[in-house]
Design a protein around this ligand. Structure first.
Ligand code: PLP
Length: 380
């Protein structure tokens, strides 16, 4: 067996090499939804401490080295932004969007153990796994060409199982095309069919984090009918460590709360020990930017996305974009280009996502490259 060698005299070289590698690779990523414009240098001294927000953020723990206060501020900020009912909101900073979805579905199952879960075929891959882990019966619903759920198919499928409680996982927006399901239309279906027991969890990974700054405002939040909302922190806001948030109605989470003597807090979260640094990144961004700054961040990205769409359409007329989104869909280019620009792709389509930190100059470079590759492909 070959031994891995870690010696003290080469660690600084390895770090230097990694740094160089990250400068190159992160400059070339266009297809994945990560903000790259953050600067958390001011928080660096806090890396010296073993932060741990173990347990429920709203119940103090016996372990006090952590960032509970900032985590609560972050949750409070988003609860208000997502128009939660006064005094009926709760949440925590997760390890990412997938954990938030797992949590939302878990709450839904505890409320309605006999329910069926409905979600569109454009749903993120983590949801299938979560449903499997939770052992919840589920049915996939057709998507429209845009990626938005097909409401007719949803209503028809619910009507077949009308006696069962309904849980819907709504996408705001989908991973591939950033299509947003309309929570208002889902509520209308419940009303129309007199469904009494229902729950809507919103997977808002990327789009949910800036949807509140759009006009018209998409129907996606608590006032529109959501019971819980999960978003990612490392996507639109930016974080060197993957993270996210889940916000739920407090009365839902009260159903699962259990008191644990060992930590002196409530065991209401998926993991026991929880990251104490990631809430600080989110808190820092929110404090520095405020609502106005986040609005500007949204509209700056939308402007770059509109620019990318226009430029790309000039060389490829099939290019398209859902209204008010950062994702520009392009017919799947060749392997070389996918790899070079780190583009996520499906069978026929790929996309670029105009995240904070992306410049128009970068779009120009990409367009030039795409044109070049197409010319070569045509010759071959
Ligand atoms: C990114 C994403 C997720 C998963 O988020 P992670 O933070 O990677 O766990 C879930 N749903 C959608 C729609 C996403 O785009």
């Amino acid at each position: 067996m070959q031994e891995m060698e870690i010696t003290t005299n080469n660690t600084s070289q390895v770090i230097k090499d990694l740094l160089e590698e990250f400068y190159t690779t992160s400059a070339m990523t266009m297809g994945y939804p990560v903000a790259k414009d953050f600067d958390y240098t001011e928080l660096l001294p806090l890396l010296k401490f073993p932060l741990n927000n173990v347990g429920d953020p709203f119940i103090p723990s016996t372990y006090t080295v952590g960032s509970r206060e900032q985590e609560k501020e972050v949750i409070s900020f988003f609860s208000h932004l997502f128009r939660a009912e006064e005094d009926n909101w709760w949440g925590y900073v997760t390890n990412g969007g997938s954990e938030g979805n797992l949590y939302g579905l878990y709450l839904a199952r505890e409320l309605y153990p006999k329910a069926i879960v409905y979600y569109s075929e454009a749903t993120h891959y983590s949801v299938q796994k979560n449903l499997h882990l939770l052992n919840m019966p589920n049915i996939a619903i057709r998507s429209q060409a845009s990626g938005e759920i097909d409401y007719e198919d949803l209503e028809k499928t619910i009507s077949i199982n009308r006696q069962m409680p309904v849980i819907i996982l709504a996408n705001v927006g989908t991973t591939m095309t950033e299509a947003r399901d309309d929570v208002g239309k889902m509520k209308a279906i419940f009303k129309h069919m007199a469904i009494q027991h229902h729950y809507i969890h919103v997977d808002g990974a990327l789009s949910g984090s800036y949807a509140a700054f759009l006009e018209p405002r998409p129907a996606f939040d608590f006032a529109d009918g959501a019971d819980s909302i999960a978003i990612s922190g490392h996507k639109f806001f930016g974080s060197p460590i993957p993270c996210g948030m889940v916000i739920a109605k407090k009365n839902h989470r009260d159903r699962i709360a259990r008191s644990i003597d060992y930590i002196g807090s409530l065991d209401t979260t998926i993991s026991g020990s929880r990251n104490g640094h990631t809430p600080l990144f989110l808190w820092y961004t929110i404090s520095k930017l405020g609502i106005e700054g986040l609005k500007k961040r949204t509209h700056d990205c939308l402007a770059v996305a509109a620019y990318a769409e226009k430029k790309l359409k000039q060389i490829e007329p099939l290019v398209w974009r859902n209204p008010d989104t950062l994702t520009v869909n392009i017919p799947k280019p060749g392997e070389a280009l996918l790899k070079k620009w780190q583009l996520a792709s499906g069978k026929e389509w790929a996309h670029i996502i105009c995240m904070p930190g992306m410049q128009k100059a970068q779009i120009d470079e990409f367009v030039k490259d795409l044109e070049l590759h197409r010319a070569i492909e045509h010759v071959v």
